[in-house]
Design a binder for this molecule. Structure first.
Ligand code: NAP
Length: 490
């Protein structure tokens, strides 16, 4: 059993109460790590440490260039320790080692990109319509940022928040999911090693309803960056009604992967597989609705089911595996319940639809389910598992209507050789990210996020750093007369 401690004010610590909780390995279903169960008192200590660090000269007076250098060093340390971090994450959440290695190989880019932006956050001098006034704006850091992280890609979703927040000069308290905290604690040790002052980055481990709720409602928290499900997001919105923290919400999706008759068949099949079976469908951008045009439908379904039959389910630490387990027993139960309901409502299972035989752990087969009716629960609601709901359409107008027919708006994939149609759909589909003839491509330079039930705010790209700042407007009176008539607006 691995014993972990959390990081508060630069010190490794247990929960003040002494309470702990266990993290289970989804591949075996066995407990493998023991972690501190932080409560409101621990969270208060972490937030106060972050607030003190924010105001201390060691961080507050640090130049933006120096912050960039620290971030670059952190990126180098992540690169040097990528293998260990990837293995920890796979053990914790069951994601394929191929996927976690790939994510870790790219992760340093988030720190290098943010490092490059740190000393390029410029304000402007305003051509103001008042004589004798010099007015300029300054993007100022917000203060303490609470980062709430889900279990599916802990390090990636931490990096995409932490790197821009630090580049802008903020301090953080990170709360990982109770199901996947270990890789973030190891990462926290690298933050320390990189030389960030104590208290600039703190990590509290604990349960969502305890540590998470205490953190998002804490009066000293100025900004909350949340990734998770819409139901939890509602709690977070209510919590920030108390402290008025600025909020970004990266929630789930029911993203449409739309295949037109003229699509490259092999590319579209691989895009469908990447969209829904990679990461066992536990991806916010999962292409969980497959919309396929009538002319290619039969050929596409035959090619996809043949490809599904070749997917190798297995130990996520084995590089030969294509699909690992669901990250939690609860998530497996959700998948099974939603599938049972889909079948009850008349959907037809074309592939999968059950746990694979002869395996411990929380595995579920790659599943394809034909749905005639777009109002079915399985078509409308996020499963967060390897289940693709298949729908047929006749023309572009119907494809668009189906694509826009849920309350989510996170991502969409379009498969066509017709460039004009690709652009039309990209323009009209309700989604924060649109991929044409590709799927699940990400970059530190490109914003990610959605609208509707998929949340609000963007992570990645230049804007993400500015989202961790407040624009300050400074007025300097250049005249000899300091105020004039005090009862008149100037
Ligand atoms: P979740 O249950 O909403 O949990 C997300 C985080 O919130 C966890 O750290 C959780 O802690 C914490 N939390 C729970 N209750 C809380 C509360 N009352 N106050 C504050 N924090 C609280 O989501 P999940 O099951 O971990 O992840 C799956 C969801 O995340 C899916 O809907 C998926 O689509 C979404 N997601 C979105 C993106 C994106 O970028 N758009 C990326 C990945 C995942 P505990 O785990 O300890 O309860």
């Amino acid at each position: 059993m691995t014993e972990c401690q959390m990081l508060i004010d630069g010190a490794w610590t247990a929960a003040a109460s002494g309470r702990t909780f266990l993290s289970r390995n989804p591949t075996t279903g066995e407990d493998w790590a023991i972690l501190p169960d932080a409560d409101a008192a621990d969270v208060d200590r972490a937030v106060r440490a972050a607030d003190a660090a924010f105001h201390a000269a060691a961080w507050h007076r640090t130049t933006a260039t120096a912050r960039g250098k620290l971030l670059r060093r952190l990126g180098d340390l992540v690169a040097a320790n990528a293998a260990e971090l990837a293995e920890l994450e796979t053990r914790d959440n069951g994601k394929l080692i191929r996927e976690t290695r790939g994510q870790l190989a790219y992760l340093p880019e988030f720190f290098y990109y943010a490092a490059g932006l740190a000393d390029k956050l410029e304000g402007s001098t305003l051509p103001i319509d008042k004589p004798d006034m010099l007015v300029f704006t300054v993007p100022a850091p917000v203060g303490v940022v609470a980062a709430i992280i889900p279990w599916n890609s802990p390090l990636y979703l931490t990096a995409i928040k932490l790197a821009p927040a630090l580049a802008a000069g903020n301090t953080l308290v990170v709360k990982p999911s109770e199901h996947a905290s270990a890789s973030i604690l190891r990462f926290a040790a690298l933050v320390k090693e990189a030389g960030f002052p104590d208290g600039v980055v703190n990590v509290v481990t604990g349960l969502g309803g305890g540590a998470g709720a205490a953190l998002t409602s804490h009066p000293l928290v100025r900004r909350v960056a949340f990734t998770g499900g819409p139901q939890t997001a509602r709690h977070v919105i209510r919590a920030t009604a108390e402290n008025f923290a600025k909020l970004s919400l990266e929630l789930g999706g029911k993203s449409a992967n739309i295949v037109f008759d003229d699509a490259d068949l092999e590319g579209a099949v691989n895009g469908a597989v990447a969209g829904i079976y990679a990461a066992s469908g536990q991806s916010c951008v999962a292409g969980s609705r497959l919309l396929v045009q009538a002319g290619i439908y039969d050929r596409f379904v035959a090619a996809l089911t043949a490809r599904i039959a070749r997917i190798r389910i297995g130990d996520p630490l084995d590089t030969a595996s294509d699909m690992g387990p669901m990250a939690t027993a609860q998530q497996l139960e959700i998948v099974e319940t939603m599938m049972a309901r889909a079948v009850e409502q008349g959907a037809v299972v074309l592939a999968g639809g059950r746990r694979p035989e002869g395996r411990d752990g929380w595995f579920y087969e790659p599943t394809l389910i034909a749905c005639d009716d777009a109002t079915l629960d399985i078509v409308q609601n996020e499963v967060f598992g390897p289940v693709a709901a298949l729908l047929r359409f006749d023309d572009e107008a119907e494809a668009l209507e189906l694509a826009n027919g849920t309350s989510y708006a996170l991502a969409a994939g379009i498969w066509t050789k017709d460039i004009a149609r690709g652009h039309r759909l990209a323009r009209d589909v309700h989604a924060g990210i649109v991929w044409v003839n590709t799927y699940r491509a990400i970059s530190a330079m490109a914003p990610i996020g959605g609208y509707g039930v998929s949340g609000y705010g963007r992570e990645g790209g230049i804007q993400s750093v500015l989202d961790y700042t407040e624009l300050k407007t400074v007025w300097i009176n250049l005249s000899e007369d300091p105020m004039g008539d005090p009862f008149m607006m100037r």
